[in-house]
Design a protein around this ligand. Structure first.
Ligand code: UDP
Ligand code: MG
Length: 154
């Protein structure tokens, strides 16, 4: 299986609620590699691009206000099949329907204030990592104990 990259955003509600570390810890424990990480304040233009599939929805004005009024933490993660692995770890968009054990299902209660964004496909992930990180902000390195994360034939 090929290595993939995906984009995570730790949303303003998570920052206000002191959940940054708790969210990052989940990904580290799973064995995903952090290859980029920074705080960013999204602009209205970035929000419109990032949520272009939602700009016509009635909730979009609130979503843009929410995502842009406060800095967020952006992370690029790398791992085998990590786009789907991260989506599964996040849980359903409506956090009240997210299964216990998922990040949203353990730490949030809302469809909007649902603490985390993760890219929804490999194609989207490629665009989203580029949207938030310059090439020089992404780091290539190997885990010293990589052979304990994956078998050679995976
Ligand atoms: N959202 C919302 N109300 C809705 C649906 C979505 O406020 O009814 C927000 C929510 O913050 C969600 C984001 O828009 O995480 C992006 O929606 P999407 O359908 O892409 O869900 P996700 O990929 O985040 O699970
Ligand atoms: Mg989405």
């Amino acid at each position: 299986m090929a290595m993939e990259r995906t984009l995570i955003l730790i949303k303003p509600d998570a920052i206000q609620r002191g959940l940054i570390g708790g969210i990052i810890a989940r990904f580290e424990a799973r064995g995903l590699k952090v290859i980029g990480m920074k705080m960013v304040k999204m602009s209205a233009a970035m929000s419109k691009e990032h949520y272009s599939h939602l700009t016509s929805k009635p909730f979009y004005p609130d979503l843009e206000k929410f995502m842009t009024h406060h800095p967020i933490v952006a992370m690029a993660l790398e791992g085998k099949e990590c786009v789907q692995v991260v989506r599964d770890m996040m849980g359903a968009t409506n956090a009240r329907k997210a299964l216990p054990g998922t990040i949203r299902g353990d730490m949030s209660m809302s469809t909007s204030r649902n603490i985390i964004h993760g890219s929804d496909s490999l194609e989207t992930a490629g665009k989203e990592v580029k949207r938030f990180f310059k090439p020089e902000e992404l780091y290539e390195y190997t885990f010293a104990a990589q052979e304990y994360n994956y078998a050679p034939d995976e």
